[in-house]
Write a protein that binds this ligand. Sequence first.
Ligand code: SF4
Length: 153
Amino acid sequence: MKSPWWMKGVPFACQPNCGKCCDEPGGIVYLTTSDARRISNHLGMEVEEWLERDCRKTLDGRFILESRKSDDVCIYLNDSKQCDIYQVRPQQCAAFPWWSENLSTDRSWNEVKQTCPGLTADDAILVEGDKIRIQIFSDRQATKGFRKWSEPN
Ligand code: SF4
């Protein structure tokens, strides 16, 4: 079977104070149980308390990050266009721009290239195909989400 085009590697370097990928009204960030545990722990909250305060549910019941009422952008994107929880950000955010939906067609990839300056930056370095594959898998896993929180036994 033919390898996908990105297997030969793609140049990328996330740009400081950019935040363009987060600064999109209507964006949906699905969460894994690990995300919920890691982020709530970082904020010094119980998971249930954090889910109640900073998350909501999709129509099919998966937990997603809450958006600001004023502009429908992620609640964690601050005025400096930085993520307030960057060190513990959700799996799906960390996997950007290597989402299946971005890589699936020339058209979608070209749109991402226009949005994300990290893909055309002078300081971009080659991200190997195997690393991209791991991020694609990570995004797919995250998109499955979860609907109910219960502490592991
Ligand atoms: S749009 Fe690209 S360069 Fe900008 S913050 Fe997102 S990943 Fe980084």
